[in-house]
Design a protein around this ligand. Structure first.
Ligand SMILES: [Zn+2]
Length: 253
């Protein structure tokens, strides 16, 4: 600090792909310039632009990959990339974990429809419509779940290591985003989990559930499954299994 004056730090940033949609302000092609009062970690810098640390997969400072704690001191060019599948097989410099075989999800209160769709696709998905932020963070840590929320402040919490912020308002597109981000299209097991309680479904004999069936269901259906959690009975024609064509297309069923 020459002559005791604070020298502001200038830095140029460029965000790529679907990270641009997360910026607090619309910036031309994801480009922006920032002035900082003091050296700052690259994590704090990108989060100050609106992008939680769960979203970038690669950060280059002057063309070199860096970790989140890299200190920005002035004059740098920072490029920030989202998770790209073309990066999948490289291992250097990437910030997000790879190869999550069976991710467990924890879905925030305002994404109930997405939670049901994830269960429908067979993924273990915890959801409660009255969870608060503290409860979500605790459960995320204890059960090692991927936190899915549109609350970016929650994803910016330093204890969050695995998360995703759906960009779309539409639950079907959100499902597609999550399946794509965690590379889950070939792990979909439709109709294996209860959409109400996340319990696993098991096939049951018709006689076992006869007293729970309406006359027409008794007449027209032979194959049934039952939730091990809440006891809900499912069959091919039950309204919980009748899906819009667009959703079937996403799930490839
Ligand atoms: Zn259930």
């Amino acid at each position: 600090m020459a002559n005791g004056r604070i020298q502001n730090i200038h830095v140029s940033l460029r965000f790529y792909g679907n990270l641009k949609a997360l910026l607090y302000q619309n910036h031309n092609q994801g480009k922006l310039k920032h002035i900082l009062p003091e050296p700052t970690s690259v994590k704090d810098l990108i989060e100050s632009c609106g992008v939680p640390h769960t979203e970038p997969d690669l950060i280059l400072v002057n063309s070199k990959p860096v970790g989140f704690d890299h200190l920005i001191e002035g004059g740098e060019r920072v490029s920030v990339y989202p998770f790209f599948h073309s990066f999948q097989h490289h291992s250097d410099g990437f910030l997000q974990p790879r190869g999550l075989n069976h991710p467990l999800f924890l879905v925030d209160v305002n994404l109930g429809k997405l939670a049901r769709y994830l269960r429908l696709a067979g993924f273990d998905t915890s959801y409660s419509n009255d969870a608060d932020d503290t409860g979500l963070i605790e459960q995320m840590i204890q059960e090692k779940r991927v936190l899915v929320t549109r609350d970016r402040k929650l994803l910016m919490h330093k204890v969050v290591t695995l998360g995703y912020l759906p960009r779309s308002d539409n639950a079907q597109i959100q499902l597609k985003e999550v399946l794509s981000r965690f590379d889950l299209f070939d792990k979909i097991k439709p109709y294996s989990r209860c959409i109400n309680c996340n319990g696993l479904l098991r096939n049951v004999q018709k006689e076992e559930v006869l007293d729970q069936l309406e006359p027409l269901t008794k007449k027209h259906y032979e194959h049934f499954s039952k939730c091990g959690g809440c006891g809900q009975v499912y069959w091919a024609g039950s309204h919980r299994f009748r899906l819009p064509g667009s959703l079937k297309k996403i799930l490839n069923i």
